[in-house]
Design a protein around this ligand. Structure first.
Ligand SMILES: [Mn+2]
Length: 303
């Protein structure tokens, strides 16, 4: 069982270790890819420091920031002036991950919609997914859902079946480096995609499903948590530990005025894995501090 968190490490951020140095579009247009390149190099160097910290605290699951390369949809990573150095650092980080059984993943943003019916959105989505896969390839991470790239289906517009069919069609045409890593997650809105919908997709194209416990409360498809959990983890290849997402309600535990779907800073209940072995991605706003508190609260030991 691996425990993980996403992108920002708040403890290290206080020491200016940062994996997502960004810039506004105007700055990017003025300063060009040389500036983006120096940010990217600084980001991947700090990725190494985050992995080192994670290892020290035995957190062997980590979602890398999609913002390591600012405005990457506007260029090719290999065109960056610091590409050779970036490559060396990424290789080193990937080797560290492999040698220490650290699982690394990505979760590209919601604007990546394989189910879109807008050709320009599909083109941009494929480029962005390809670049996520390229970073993983540079790190030497496996082309399998062990190094998963997780997305949502999106693009329902009131017609989920058509969107699922479009997703399947786009998926089938993807290059191996993306397709072999892609996973899909259940949504947090009743009119979006629940595990039942995604099971249909899995039957068509074989894509593994990431079960998000919190989302399931808003979009259950009339499945119990255990039914949805069990069905989702069975979609994974036998030799790869399934991933689940867990978070607590901000509204219920921290701020009654928060949106119902908002994630809390910390984690307020213990994950029920129904006896199965899974890797847990904690989506808590207090990041690694929330995970360490969770482990202490429930007297769990990360190995
Ligand atoms: Mn999630």
């Amino acid at each position: 069982m691996r425990y993980g968190y996403a992108a920002l490490n708040l403890t290290l951020a206080a020491e200016k270790v940062q994996v997502n140095r960004a810039m506004i579009k105007k700055t990017f247009l003025e300063k060009g890819i040389a500036y983006a390149s120096s940010h990217a190099l600084a980001n991947v160097r700090d990725l190494e420091k985050v992995l080192e910290w994670n290892l020290k605290h035995r957190l062997r699951f980590y979602r890398m920031s999609s913002d390591m390369f600012p405005w990457m949809s506007e260029y090719e990573i290999s065109d960056l002036p610091d590409y050779e150095q970036i490559k060396i650092v990424l290789q080193r980080a990937g080797t560290k991950a492999r040698n220490n059984d650290i699982r690394l993943s990505f979760h590209p943003g919601p604007f990546n919609v394989l189910a879109t019916n807008t050709p320009s959105v599909l083109t941009k989505t494929i480029k962005e997914l390809r670049q996520h896969a390229e970073i993983m390839d540079l790190m030497g991470l496996p082309q399998s859902p062990f190094a998963k790239i997780n997305i949502h289906v999106g693009g329902a517009f009131g017609d989920k079946n058509t969107a699922l069919a479009r997703f399947a069609e786009s998926y089938t045409a993807l290059p191996d480096s993306i397709r072999a890593r892609l996973t899909v997650e259940n949504d947090d809105k009743a009119n979006m995609f629940n595990i039942r919908d995604l099971l249909w997709l899995h039957q068509q194209i074989g894509i593994p499903l990431v079960f998000d416990y919190f989302h399931h409360q808003f979009c259950s498809g009339d499945m119990t948590e255990e039914e949805a959990f069990s069905a989702a983890i069975e979609t994974w290849p036998a030799d790869i530990t399934p991933v689940v997402h867990f978070s607590s309600s901000r509204k219920r535990f921290e701020d009654p005025t928060a949106a119902a779907t908002a994630h809390a800073d910390f984690l307020y209940s213990r994950v029920n894995t129904y006896g199965a072995e899974v890797d847990i991605m904690f989506e808590a706003k207090a990041k690694e501090t929330a995970v360490l508190k969770y482990l202490a609260d429930y007297r769990l030991k990360a190995l």
